[in-house]
Design a binder for this molecule. Structure first.
Ligand code: ADP
Ligand code: MG
Length: 395
């Protein structure tokens, strides 16, 4: 693992620090609906404030595409953050410029403020040099805690690091350590579980875990593509036609690898993707006509459970069925319960599965939940993420 400097390795007292956070939270009528991402950055914020830093927080919110957009201003984040910290967080209406510089120069040790939405500026996503320089100009140190955005080379994740020293926040440090461990030093047997909609999103992660893991359990929409590759009809199920050949290639690669590829033994089918619609559980060979496979069946749950029970480490990305529409959350729920009960060290990749686990009240029993979606997948693919590369190496 390439070790990066973190806030634990540098002096921060009295320093003006730009802290890039991932406050890209869901909003509902001008309020933060889910504050998990804000809470995830609190340890870094609190550590820096207690060490007498002057903290300038910045994040993107939504997709304003370089234009100010009133409903995507950072005010709801400032209110929620104020509540969580028990003190008022000053929010500025600008990202860069003289007002920002003046406000930062007036800060005292232990003060904090929040900049406006970074993506109101065109230079953010294009990683424009002069915008990055403007961001860096009023501060002494850059701390990146936005793991969820680390796969993007933007001005506030990569560009600023050309002008001031850049180190990881505690969340970033933790993400790097936990996710690297799955790749470099996994406990064995290691079981990878992959689900979600598309094979195309996860093909490289799949190949990675086929190399690394002892078992690879596949569910969700992506399993349908594999079942079609095995020669089943699958009726009206969602699958990716253009990836059937690739799935067949992965099946034959798995036969030569040391990893056992495990597909569903049975599936829950329905004609209508609607809560309360008629459904039944059948073997993959029995799906036809207007039926759609929308979850893994009881035999599959039992089979997956046996692999989980024998594992020392579990990595999991993607739900195993259409969990948003009960009862098609059963496969995900029962498998999550099995993971939660097992003694194995469990690491879950972000995105919809995390939402599913929170919805099912099982998130607390997972050892590590990544805050990244795309970033976690790219990390597990073995790519060096630009936002991590930009941080100083630990010497
Ligand atoms: P994650 O964000 O956890 O990586 P994805 O974004 O890849 O997961 O996929 C999540 C979506 O996959 C969910 O919206 C879920 O409804 C859908 N899904 C799961 N199983 C199926 C299935 N059998 N058919 C269609 N969609 C499915
Ligand atoms: Mg998703």
């Amino acid at each position: 693992m390439l070790l990066k400097k973190s806030i634990e390795d540098v002096d921060v007292g009295g320093k003006k620090i730009l802290l890039r956070a991932d406050f890209n939270v869901p909003l509902d009528q001008g309020k933060v609906r889910d504050d998990a991402r804000i809470k995830a950055v609190l340890p870094t914020i609190q550590s820096l404030l207690s060490r007498e830093a002057r903290l300038v927080l910045a994040s993107h919110l939504g997709r304003p595409k370089g234009q100010p957009q009133p409903d995507l201003q950072m005010d709801p984040v400032a209110s929620r953050l104020s509540e969580l910290l028990g003190r008022t967080v000053l929010k500025l209406d600008q990202v860069v410029g003289p007002t920002v510089t003046k406000a930062i120069n007036e800060m005292k040790n232990g003060d904090l403020l929040l900049l406006e939405n970074l993506r109101f500026e065109k230079g953010e996503e294009s990683n424009d040099e002069s915008f990055a320089r403007q961001l860096a100009e009023p501060v002494d140190l850059f701390v990146n805690d936005a793991f969820g955005t680390a796969h993007r080379a933007h001005a506030s994740t990569v560009g600023v690091a050309d002008y001031i020293p850049a180190v990881a926040g505690l969340l970033m440090k933790n993400e790097i350590e936990e996710l690297s461990r799955c790749l470099e030093n996994p406990l064995r047997p290691l079981t990878a579980i992959l689900g979600g909609a598309k094979v195309s999103d996860k093909i490289n992660v799949m190949r990675q875990f086929l190399q690394l893991a002892d078992h690879l359990l596949v569910g969700g929409g992506m399993a349908n593509t594999f079942l079609v590759a095995r020669g089943y009809d699958l009726g009206d199920s969602f699958y990716e036609k253009e990836l059937v050949e690739e799935a067949a290639a992965i099946i034959s690669e798995s036969e030569k690898s040391g990893c056992r590829l495990v597909l569903p033994l049975d599936v829950v089918v329905t004609k209508e993707l609607k809560s309360g619609s008629a459904s039944k559980t059948v073997e993959p060979a029995k799906v036809s006509g207007a039926w759609k496979a929308v979850d893994i069946g009881a035999e599959s749950v039992k089979n997956f459970g046996e692999y989980i029970g024998r594992s020392a480490m579990i990595v999991w990305n993607g739900p195993l069925g259409v969990f948003e529409i009960p009862p098609f959350d059963h496969g995900t729920r029962l498998t999550a319960q099995k993971v939660a009960e097992s003694d194995a060290y469990s690491v879950v990749g972000g995105g919809d599965l995390v939402a599913a686990l929170e919805f099912l009240n099982l998130a607390e029993d997972i050892n590590f939940i990544s805050t990244g979606g795309g970033a976690t997948l790219e990390f597990w693919e073995g790519k060096e993420l630009p936002g991590i590369r930009a941080l100083q190496d630990k010497t």
